[in-house]
Design a protein around this ligand. Structure first.
Ligand code: SF4
Ligand code: SF4
Length: 360
């Protein structure tokens, strides 16, 4: 997926599809659910998966509302996999049982994310560690797919320390972890309080993020936790698509209504136009999946600038301190900084590496 995304900008990297807007919970900060809607008919969901695959989409995430409420979620996951795309879901986890997890295994699910908001349920959110802990143990025991536990800060969550407790529990069970900053109802940032920022720093220390997560924190999260804007190009509508329950393509869950074109009429011209459209909501956007997609295009378009921003020097003007693996990749794939021509041996290694990665 990554190699294809880096090779070409002319297809979506990630799409979210909504099989039903109904949710069994009602978190007070959420604007992505209702209490009444029916599931989208499976045949229609399968048609939307086909359309996304025809656009070349690399990852299709089934979201909601609550996707586990859809009676034929497994069929949708199978359809995604049948096209060779990566199948993932975002769920509140309430409906998980050992049997349901094994059905998701059999359907070919590759990644599941649960966002846990607090340790004890309160009036803001019932996505609580106390309620979900048994489900997490079942996931640790039965899931054959990757699991990410996202803890959150901001958005009226009462005890910011809960995010650290949730992260520690997830790490102990062997899951990936991320920390999200809850946006307001317009998808925009509410600056974190000092106590919340302190918890965020503590979590960063404890979870030893993978390189990509480390780079993400440097590029987006650090500014957001300080309430400062980010300078980036949002590629929603091009590299990221949000397909609502009515089958319309929107920028994201927080910018529904733009461009709101039916998926069956969404063309490569639309992808091309939206790649460069400036979104006024970008500086304070907290939609992390769209940030991550933008990082891939930053690497593709301006690899050296991307590295400088992902792994900034400790002091202004100091040389970059790139992790070892990144140094190896840079020396293979990027032309030398001093402008000297590369030798034949270097060119052969780069060519072989690109073949292995499927880039050439
Ligand atoms: S569980 Fe998710 S979709 Fe449901 S109300 Fe809470 S945040 Fe919204
Ligand atoms: S910047 Fe992009 S992802 Fe963020 S809210 Fe705006 S359209 Fe959505």
């Amino acid at each position: 997926m990554l190699a294809r995304a880096i090779k070409s900008r002319h297809h979506p990297i990630l799409a979210h599809i909504i099989p039903m807007r109904r949710c069994n919970l009602s978190c007070s900060y959420c604007n992505e659910f209702d209490k009444v809607s029916d599931p989208v008919p499976t045949v229609e969901m399968l048609r939307r998966v086909d359309l996304l695959a025809a656009l070349g989409t690399g990852i299709i995430t089934v979201s909601g509302g609550e996707p586990l409420l859809h009676p034929e979620l497994d069929e949708i996951i199978r359809a995604i996999r049948s096209h060779g795309a990566i199948a993932t879901i975002i769920t509140n986890g309430y409906l998980l049982t050992p049997e349901r997890i094994q059905r998701l295994n059999r359907a070919g699910l590759e990644h599941l994310q649960i966002s846990i908001d607090n340790v004890m349920p309160d009036e803001v959110s019932k996505k609580s560690l106390k309620v979900l802990d048994r489900k997490l143990e079942w996931l640790a025991e039965f899931a054959e797919f990757d699991v990410n536990i996202n803890s959150v800060l901001g958005g009226g969550i009462q005890n910011p320390e809960d995010a650290a407790t949730i992260t520690r529990r997830a790490l102990a069970l062997g899951f990936e972890t991320t920390v999200g900053i809850i946006h307001d109802r317009g998808g925009q940032l509410q600056p974190l309080k000092n106590t919340e920022r302190a918890v965020y720093e503590q979590i960063l220390k404890e979870r030893k993020p993978a390189l990509w997560a480390f780079a993400y924190d440097n590029l987006f999260h650090k500014n957001l936790t300080l309430g400062q804007p980010n300078d980036w190009q949002c590629r929603a509508g091009s590299r990221y698509l949000y397909v609502c329950e009515d089958g319309l393509v929107h920028y994201c869950s927080q910018q529904r209504g733009y461009p709101a074109i039916p998926l069956e009429r969404y063309t490569r011209e639309d992808l091309e136009r939206e790649y460069s459209t400036k979104k006024p909501c970008a500086p304070f956007c907290t939609v992390s999946c769209v940030h991550r997609v933008a990082m891939i295009d930053l690497v593709r378009e301006e690899p050296r600038e991307a590295l400088t921003r992902f792994f900034p020097p400790a002091m202004p003007g100091a040389p970059l301190e790139l992790p070892f693996g990144i140094r190896v990749l840079t020396s293979i794939f990027l032309p030398p900084e001093n402008g000297r021509p590369q030798g034949m041996a270097h060119k052969m290694i780069a060519s072989a590496a690109m073949k292995v990665l499927g880039i050439k």
